[in-house]
Design a binder for this molecule. Structure first.
Ligand SMILES: [Ca+2]
Ligand SMILES: [Ca+2]
Ligand SMILES: [Ca+2]
Length: 458
């Protein structure tokens, strides 16, 4: 593995940059009086167009153009209109970036590829922020510029061994990211930025089943390492997809979104941008009443967000019955200020969006566990993650009102059974249990996939 000093230096610089911007923000916010110093963050409106190599611009309507800053992982996005044109707003002029394309169902489809003098090397990031980007042409899994007018490629010399402009990391058994050598969170010289790469250390194991991808003997979630953590704006963004089933096989899919702002920042809410697949028909419960989800995360103390006003925003939604999260579906978090667009240039968060990408894995429901009252053993039935055993599972016991009365320790997915201690429940009452399986935590308290079994009577 090639974990080099320059990567670390870049991260340190990104960190320092984030600190500088926060300092700038706190200075401007406390010395207002109409000063024009508010305009010092150089934000720009950028327009562009896109078409398929052999098609019309209008073919790309409702695709999303996403531009990702090289060091901060902050994104800006725009929807392609019916003419095949788009407007990216609040683009940081001074920051190198790349471009990715999402199809109308928000699935990652293409990464920018800029040719070099060598047919087997490409570049992916560029500096320069012209008001009009050169025309983009999509030829999935790459998108390229028709010219380089107004932009300057950054020389990363990313390998494209097949000579077709496609970075090596875009090839792999399950799609993107399973070939490559770099585990940097900030950018991937092999062609797939960390926020989109499900296997950043290229060991063939999805990172959601690993606890220490950067191999420094510290749990990544605890040390704030990985694509869910950001150097500015948000502290983290987490998506937890929860699949539960009952004994008749009826499945319920929920998503728990959570994000935390950096200290000192203030926003009204966080809006989620995703496919219609997850936003349409999704419902949420507020004050005991189920209603349509307004696509926001709240910091009101009543939304699975810890306490009100602590800068942790969250929401749990229930997907409509047929919808499921798809592989490489990109969910975007957008913190929104109460005063909206009135002073965007003064706000480091203005227009900033934070992508989280679903790993390429289809989870399946668990079967009803088997209870042996003599040995007090729960037998987990089935594996929601196929052949992967690098997950954990535990047992929760519920009383007659379906309230939890006992949560077991977590055991490894390679174990099939778990013994409930004598004091887990009162033998005279009516109790049930469920098995809960989860992949490893990416953010403390959040795993990307959580699967809950049907109940078994104890
Ligand atoms: Ca991995
Ligand atoms: Ca680590
Ligand atoms: Ca909160």
């Amino acid at each position: 593995m090639r974990k080099t000093l320059p990567d670390k230096m870049l991260r340190t610089q990104a960190h320092a940059l984030g600190v500088n911007i926060l300092l700038f923000f706190s200075m401007t916010c406390c010395s207002q009086s109409g000063s024009n110093s508010r305009d010092e963050i150089p934000l720009k409106q950028v327009s562009g167009s896109i078409r398929i190599s052999s098609g019309r611009q209008s073919d790309m309507a409702n695709w999303t153009v996403l531009t990702l800053e090289r060091t901060t992982l902050n994104a800006r996005t725009a929807l392609v209109d019916s003419n095949g044109t788009f407007e990216l707003s609040h683009v940081r002029e001074d920051r190198p970036r790349t471009i990715a394309l999402l199809s109308p169902d928000h699935i990652l489809r293409s990464m920018l590829s800029i040719p070099t003098a060598s047919p087997t090397l490409i570049n992916q990031y560029f500096s320069g922020t012209p008001t009009q980007l050169p025309p983009l042409v999509d030829r999935g899994p790459i998108v390229f510029f028709g010219s380089l007018d107004g932009i300057t490629p950054i020389t990363d010399s990313i390998k494209s061994d097949r000579g077709d402009g496609v970075p090596n990391s875009a090839y792999g058994d399950t799609g993107y990211g399973l070939i490559g050598e770099d585990s940097s969170t900030t950018f991937d010289p092999n062609g797939l930025p960390g926020v989109f790469n499900p296997d950043r250390n290229s060991d063939g194991i999805l990172d959601i089943f690993e606890t220490d991808v950067n191999a420094n003997r510290k749990a990544d979630a605890a040390e704030g390492f990985g694509p869910n953590f950001y150097s500015e704006g948000l502290e983290y963004a987490a998506v937890q997809y929860e699949l539960a089933s009952d004994s008749s096989g009826t499945e319920t899919a929920q998503i728990l979104f959570s994000a935390k702002l950096k200290p000192g920042l203030k926003v009204q809410d966080i809006q989620i941008h995703g496919s219609n697949n997850i936003t349409s028909g999704a419902s949420t419960v507020s004050g005991g009443v189920t209603g349509a989800w307004d696509k926001t995360l709240l910091d009101d103390g009543a939304s699975d967000d810890s306490i009100a006003g602590d800068n942790i925003f969250a929401r749990r939604i229930t997907l409509s019955s047929a919808t499921r999260l798809k592989s490489y579906e990109v969910v975007i978090f957008e913190p929104r200020r109460a005063d909206g667009e009135s002073n965007p240039s003064a706000q480091p968060l203005a227009g900033s969006k934070y992508p989280v990408t679903a790993p390429p894995l289809t989870v399946s429901a668990l079967s009803t566990p088997v209870w042996d009252s003599v040995t007090r053993t729960i037998n987990r039935a089935g594996n929601p993650f196929g052949t992967v055993t690098a997950y954990t599972w535990s047992v929760t016991v519920y009383d007659a009102n379906s309230k939890p009365v006992y949560n077991s320790n977590a055991v490894d997915g390679s174990e099939d059974t778990l013994i409930l201690p004598d004091n887990a429940f009162d033998a005279t009452g009516s109790y049930t249990a469920k098995v809960i399986a989860r992949c490893q935590e990416q953010v403390p308290g959040y795993s990307f996939f959580v699967v809950t079994s049907p109940v078994v009577s104890l």
